[in-house]
Design a protein around this ligand. Structure first.
Ligand code: NAD
Length: 247
């Protein structure tokens, strides 16, 4: 592959065993990157890495573990000699309104969706500097751009990722590290398998997106988006474009 000079060649993906992470691992490897797939689903992760072949490996990483992050970055450098891309994709969805969600559940969602990204950026930044710069893509959601009833912990965590992304972009720009956030709308993955098709019925592109469609944007962010940092990339079938009034 003839990559642009700042293209990420070795990418660590969190939550990479299935869904958007797995589709991205497949596409990035197909286009020439080496990928360290990480997750807590060891069976799925091992089998995905085996399917991809020599360009991929699997490593267990719970994103809420600081030690886990140190080990994962070290494994990536051991295996591939460097890391120049980090896809902070792991996340969990939790249902519950602001009065139904327990404090424990709220903390758990924030710990994985938000603190997990903070720990990842913190652990990866020195290694990205060693590689001469790189790219960090943080997965938020369109739930990081508007509210949703009965998803308060998820929405709060996804909004906070935007602020973290902008701060990290400012902090790391001098090291040649770009940091952007990704905002998918409804995408068909194991996370949304129980959601009815009507969830997407009122948006301009009235269907769920596919994980492969998100993967193509992810690849762009790691390989071509050399003048973008601290900003937001939406892939939502037009869901945020507005509301059609029954006039
Ligand atoms: P998914 O559930 O298929 O994949 C999420 C992955 O994260 C799983 O493999 C899971 O094992 C992993 N994970 C969960 N907790 C973890 C932890 N503590 N440490 C490491 N890995 C962990 O869901 P997906 O739809 O592929 O979601 C990927 C990302 O995209 C998530 O951050 C999600 O919030 C976001 N997102 C998804 C949608 C959608 O409609 N599917 C929309 C907007 C944003």
């Amino acid at each position: 592959m003839n990559a642009p000079p700042n293209a990420s060649r070795t990418i660590l993906i969190t939550g990479g065993a299935r869904g958007i992470g797995a589709a991205s691992a497949r596409l990035l490897a197909e286009k020439g990157a080496r990928v360290l797939v990480t997750d807590i689903l060891d069976g799925e992760g091992e089998s995905l890495a085996a399917q991809i072949g020599e360009r991929a490996a699997y490593h267990r990483l719970d994103v809420s573990s600081e030690q886990g992050w140190a080990d994962a970055i070290a494994r990536c450098e051991d295996l591939f000699g460097r890391i120049d891309g980090l896809f902070n994709n792991a996340g969990i969805l939790a249902h519950g309104s602001v009065t139904e969600c327990s404090p424990e559940e709220f903390r758990r969602v924030v710990e994985i969706n938000l603190t997990g990204i903070f720990l990842g950026i913190r652990a990866a930044a020195p290694a990205l500097r060693r590689a001469g710069g790189g790219t960090i893509v943080n997965t938020s959601s369109i739930a990081g751009m508007q509210g949703y009833a009965r998803l308060c912990a998820y929405v709060a965590s996804k909004w906070a990722i935007r602020g973290l992304t902008k701060s990290a972009a400012l902090d790391l720009a001098g090291d040649g590290i770009r940091v952007v956030s990704l905002h998918p709308g409804p995408i068909r993955t194991p996370m949304t398998e129980d959601m009815p098709e009507k969830v997407a019925a009122n948006q301009p592109i009235a269907r769920f997106g596919e994980a492969e469609e998100v993967a193509r944007m992810v690849r762009f962010l790691f390989s071509e988006a050399s003048y973008s940092t601290g900003c937001e990339f939406v892939i939502d079938g037009g869901a945020l474009a507005g509301t059609c009034l029954p006039l």
